[in-house]
Write a protein that binds this ligand. Sequence first.
Ligand code: PGA
Length: 258
Amino acid sequence: MRRRVFAANWKMNLVPDEARTLAGEIRRRLDADAGNSAGDREVIIAPAFVALAAVAEAIAQSRIALAAQNMHYAERGAFTGEVSAPMLAAVGVTHVILGHSERRHILGESEDFISRKVEAAIAHRLVPILCVGETREEHDAGRAVEVILRQLHYGFSRLEAGPAARVVIAYEPVWAIGTGRNATPGQAQQAHGAIRASLRDRFGAETAAAVRIIYGGSVNPGNIEALMAQRDVDGVLVGGASLEAESFVRIARAGDNL
Ligand code: PGA
């Protein structure tokens, strides 16, 4: 069975002290659940780079994992302003969000750049959370699946089947991010099903069955259960609703009452 993933993407919010406090609150609430169903899910927090160390302290010896929101593919060198995989690993990071739509569309990251990062993350034993998703225009033109599968193709272009199974894919329709307008559970399932079928064609049934495919885009405590009830939705990547302990913990407890 695929272990479910509940990831908080704090984006460019919270200074280190605020991040430490929020991570501590989330930790306290989830620690109280330990022994119930906490073991069947992975809870991940992705703060800004400058807050990684503070959050690492707040979640030490807990079940919560630490993620970065981006990284460069090179190990070191003349890349002003960038952060490498070994630097992230050194402060306790185990996961890294790559190819988020805000980086693709606002910061101009290319498919090739993203695929190099996926390769580098795997090489340094970080779990890549590879984001894919269509824009509003692409969605309206009926091109969603085509766009997602193209991004998937490039994202995995430097990986063999073995390492590919370790990647977490986040389907995040751009029109649903931060808009309060989430994809319907049916739309999410359709995209996730297409992603899994494509992985099966490319890497075989075993790898396709192992990859976690999570949904992102206006996830909140009110829509989480319906999303998680979909066969190929293995978790969520949460932006706005992860900036408040109670709402993120309610999301991370999804399925407890199923
Ligand atoms: P949102 O962001 O939950 O605020 O829509 C999700 C994301 O961008 O990862």
